[in-house]
Design a protein. Structure first.
Length: 401
């Protein structure tokens, strides 16, 4: 059947890690798959990830492979690729996918692309961070390993198309020898409707020990050296010297380590650390409790060193928060300085702290940034983002006819 006569598509999603782990990559695959089902398409997510959430809560089918697959590919790439190709052969015969999308290029992407090409099935790659970016200062990026870098350079360009979350990622692809006509910019998304709720700010802030006279700063993300969270205690000290009344809420996995840094400086009462987990009854992106924290806060601060696409920024925008962040890849695609946020020099603690003080004292500026951010967030709504993916899928399939 010709594509123009075919209304529904069969899409295979291959991703190296999936729920219960939740990040930008998992959110992207989930929303594409979820909206695919609503649009009448058949979608299957294939992943070598443990099941920590009941898959019956997902509208689409999830096939969970042996979790040791990723490890095998890291240890013995050739053997792992043979094993993976046997699985892909079985899956393709069973489901007859029209197109495959791989999220995270190394190791699953590079191990599967030859199979797609032999079968003449269009394939799309979406990198998610350390599979494309490198930041030697903090040891970030698989490509710091020369062997991995060679494998990546040899294989990424074999995909039919590659998704870049922004201009920074596009430049990374091009630096690897990928032809520009293969690269398509499609951002990550946010479910704006989830943020359109009433929140009892006083109740939420009271539960955190924040009184009416204190501003509440929020930072969200897993603790990783590339996030720059270790700067937070130093910024707290600077804010205290300026006489600011505030509490800082840090939400994310592994952030207790930042709390210990604050404790050593006798700043523990100013930093609140929380980890928001799923209740196990379905995919919540973001979690309702996290949305409450966003909407009960006054300012969002994100001192990151590098991002592929900072999902937490568009979540903060959807919550209507004025933003203070850094001018780095993955942020510059989203934040326009002094329009929908304030951007500072990366690693400049004084610059970031003074920007926070500026928002504390300038209500008109904070209000303008908030309003612009809320409006801009609509551009990233998942319905708009998913439509771009399907437009790309159909374009590639028409080219393949």
């Amino acid at each position: 059947m010709k594509l123009k006569e075919k209304q529904s598509l069969k899409i295979g999603h291959l991703i190296s890690n999936y729920f219960p782990s939740v990040g930008g990559a998992q959110a992207c695959v989930h929303y594409i798959a979820d909206r695919s089902i609503l649009k009448g398409h058949e979608t299957v997510v294939i992943t070598p990830a443990h099941n920590g959430i009941n898959d019956k809560f997902f509208k689409y089918k999830i096939i969970r492979l042996n979790p040791l697959l990723n490890r095998l590919l890291f240890i013995n790439f050739s053997l792992g690729r043979i094993y993976l190709e046997n699985i892909l052969t079985w899956l393709q015969e069973k489901y007859d996918f029209d197109i495959w999308q791989v999220t995270v290029g190394y190791p699953l992407g590079v191990a599967s692309v030859d199979f797609f090409n032999r079968k003449r099935i269009p394939s799309v790659l979406r990198c998610a961070g350390e599979d494309i970016q490198i930041l030697p200062e903090v040891g970030y990026g698989y490509r710091l390993n020369r062997r991995v870098d060679t494998i990546v350079r040899d294989n990424y360009k074999k995909f039919t198309a590659l998704i870049a979350a922004g201009d920074g990622t596009k430049k990374d692809y091009l630096s690897l020898g990928v032809h520009e006509e293969k690269v398509f910019i499609i951002s990550n998304g946010v479910d704006c409707a989830k943020f359109d709720i009433d929140v009892d700010k006083r109740k939420v802030r009271s539960s955190l020990g924040v009184n009416e006279n204190q501003k509440l700063i929020i930072t969200v993300g897993r603790n990783h050296p590339k996030k720059g969270f270790e700067y937070i205690p130093k910024m707290i000290k600077h804010l205290l010297k300026k006489g600011a009344e505030f509490r800082w809420l840090l939400v994310g996995k592994g952030c207790e380590k930042i709390k210990l840094l604050a404790d050593r400086e006798n700043l523990s009462k100013y930093l609140i650390v929380k980890e928001v987990k799923s209740d196990g009854e379905g995919p919540e992106i973001p979690n309702k409790k996290l949305i409450e924290y966003y909407k009960a806060s006054d300012i969002f601060v994100f001192p990151t060193l590098i991002e592929l696409f900072a999902k937490v920024l568009i979540e903060a925008m959807a919550a209507g928060l004025p933003i203070v962040t850094t001018s780095v890849p993955g942020v510059d695609d989203i934040i326009r300085n002094n329009e929908n946020g304030l951007k500072c020099r990366v690693g400049d603690i004084t610059d970031m702290a003074e920007s926070i003080i500026r928002l504390f004292s300038d209500n008109l500026l904070a209000k303008r940034l908030s309003e612009n951010a809320t409006q801009d967030a609509k551009n990233y709504d998942w319905d708009n983002v998913v439509d771009k993916y399907f437009a790309l899928y159909r374009r590639l399939l028409n080219m393949a006819e």
